[in-house]
Design a protein around this ligand. Sequence first.
Ligand SMILES: [Zn+2]
Length: 409
Amino acid sequence: MTTVLVPERILDTRHRQIVNGKAVVVEDGRIKGVAARADAPDGAAVIDLPDHTLLPGLIDCHTHLIGQIDNGQGYAQLVTRSAAQEVLEGVRHAAEMLDCGFTTVRDVGTFRAFADVALREAIDTGWVKGPRMQCAGAYVTSPGGAGDITGLAVDTDQIVPPDLRFGVVSGVDQTRATVRQILGRGANLIKVIATGAPQTLGTNPASPELTADEIRAAVEIATEHGVHVAAHAHGADSVKRAVRAGARSIEHGSLLDNEAIDLMSQAGTYLVADLYNAEWIASEGSKLGYAPEVLKKNELVADAQRESFSRCVAAGVRIAFGSDCGMFPHRYAGRQFAHYVKNGLSPTQAILSATLWAAELMGWEDRIGSIEPGFYADLVAVHGDPTEDIAVLESVDFVMKGGKVVKGR
Ligand SMILES: [Zn+2]
């Protein structure tokens, strides 16, 4: 089965240029090539996309598909929801992401351990509509840390079921054993929670929560299994620990100093910064009944995070797109693009962060992030030219995943 897509223009992410007057030929779920429009093979299905730019399917490197949208009231209430409820929310969120043009996500954590792996398998089998996924399985976090269930009274703490605390570790030996368990149960990457978080009650984003030895142990075992470590880290000290230990990406990176930025730049560590998330909490949080503690911590990191991002861009730190959707509704993930541009990336660079550069972070640069022969036919089209007006990526009209049209004509 051959399909030919005929847009107004194509964004060639590999060569950072707009190509006019060409068509993309798709066969058996893969891109066969970019050809002259007149060269469409006989009998091929033709999809006309006038006035549209065709670009590679978008990649979000920091999502939380499982579970209901964070309501800013802490995670103790997760004991009132079953794993089944959390997974079914994930099914809906997966479809929403795909509809917004995100054909691949790196899902960086669920409190209900391995619900993400179940969702990934259902998508890959074709039972459920959603993006390609890499999953973290569970948070590797300290007791009482930002990936633990906090906020319960000490005499009710024992009611937390084990799958909500699968990745809680203390010390190097337990870290090694737990990382092995997480990978053995199907995770594609390891997410370590190196500092506190605005949304986790009782934790401080500036404070370290894992020791340098614990982070090193996680990286050691992950590397032996051929996967990478994503480190949630706001405070500079923990960012440095994670970079020195060999984490592939820093998530958030809100409170960076010059030394941290230099280290990231030298090591080639990716920054995955969720700029829009903080703005959304600032504008919607109090209306939605967020806990005052969460609002206060969000305020503390928001300006600093924007500034850290701009300084990283200026220092040449690698950037990969990460929205942190799940903290806000998934259908708004594309709003992040405009905030990257507002804080230092060009529109083309912002698109690269969600295509070519994101694929490199995930180790999938041989199959997604670019329109070239042999790559998955994951393609999206937007009205207008996103390299001139980045906001058009907030409303994607056409989505193809693996050669199948999932949205649009
Ligand atoms: Zn997150």
